[in-house]
Design a protein around this ligand. Structure first.
Ligand code: DPN
Ligand code: ZN
Length: 308
């Protein structure tokens, strides 16, 4: 992994701007020797605090964050406010589906080669029946914790890191489909990989351990390697061939030829958990340990893929 600390980037940018204005030709400052920055260690506090916020939005909105509800709009503005405060550059993409307003938040960490983008995403909406804390508050919380870690490290990766928070996944991957279909083909070609995080907070149920899995779509393209290494180092056995049946936001990317993978804390789509798409998908439906594992698995993969 070759990742540099962001040292005096502001000064360097100011210098570049001054050069552009004056046209003065003098040697640019000697580059700071690249310093490898190890992926962060994310503790439970960050993702759990985000989940609690999402739960609070649902509680104030008839126990739902479905598109068209206050729970959804609160979620979208919370995500955007958090990311802006961390120095990420955000865009909100509004769209409607089935007569309801929905939105994506797209956030970029503005360093690294913009023509090679490592993208990660999670869906920000829930079904109407419940607050969607595991599905998919867990993915949102893991990504927000990672956004903070990247910001704290002042990371200057080789590649550009972009996060997508999709609306209306529960209506059929509408937000991610909207994003991909509105990307110019030149911008599509810049996305080297898309990593999806949907349901990453499962807990032990009926004595059955959490069934960590990697998407089967990633098998052939090497994207699963950092996830495999992460879980292997933790001594956790993974199902390296989760058949997602295109039932989440990676499908839109895969369908235009972008390499995709993702992880989930389920063994198969037949075992999504007792509270899946129900009112009880609340704070008691997630495990703090799973949230820590998921957040750090994301960190390892994003830092490896963006730095390499
Ligand atoms: N998010 C669920 C769905 O929309 O059906 C299930 C799912 C979980 C799909 C993990 C893919 C990966
Ligand atoms: Zn989901």
């Amino acid at each position: 992994m070759r990742v540099r600390k962001l040292a005096f980037a502001g000064a360097a940018a100011a210098l570049t701007a001054a050069l552009a204005v004056t046209g003065a030709a003098y040697a640019s400052p000697a580059p700071v020797a690249p310093v490898a920055v190890a992926p962060p260690v994310i503790t439970a506090a960050a993702p759990m605090a985000h989940l609690q916020k999402l739960m609070d939005f649902a509680t104030a909105s008839n126990n739902t964050r479905v598109i068209g509800s206050a729970g959804f709009t609160s979620t979208v503005s919370y995500i955007r406010t958090q990311l802006n405060a961390l120095g990420w550059v955000t865009t909100v993409q509004n769209f409607t589906t089935g007569g309801k307003a929905a939105a994506n938040v797209v956030a970029e960490w503005p360093y690294g080669d913009a023509s090679h983008v490592i993208m990660a995403g999670a869906h920000s909406d829930s079904v109407k029946a419940g607050p969607g804390i595991n599905d998919d508050g867990s993915g949102v919380a893991a990504l927000l914790a990672n956004a903070a870690a990247i910001s704290r490290a002042k990371l200057v990766p080789q590649k550009r890191i972009r996060f997508g928070f999709w609306g209306a996944e529960e209506q059929g991957d509408i937000g991610s489909g909207y994003y991909v279909s509105h990307l110019a083909s030149t911008d599509r070609a810049k996305i080297d990989a898309y990593l999806n995080f949907d349901m990453v907070g499962n807990k032990i149920e009926n004595g059955k351990p959490v069934g960590w899995s990697l998407y089967v779509e990633g098998q052939s393209n090497g994207l699963n390697a950092p996830f495999k290494a992460y879980f292997a180092a933790k001594g956790i056995t993974v199902n390296a061939a989760l058949d997602t049946d295109d039932r989440s936001d990676h499908a839109a990317f895969k369908n235009v030829g972008i390499k995709v993978t993702g992880i989930s804390s389920v063994r198969s789509l037949n075992e999504l958990g007792a509270c899946y798409h129900r009112a009880c998908d609340n704070m008691t439906d997630v495990s703090q340990d799973s949230m820590v594992l998921a957040s750090n698995a994301v960190a390892n993969a994003v830092w490896t893929l963006a730095g390499a």
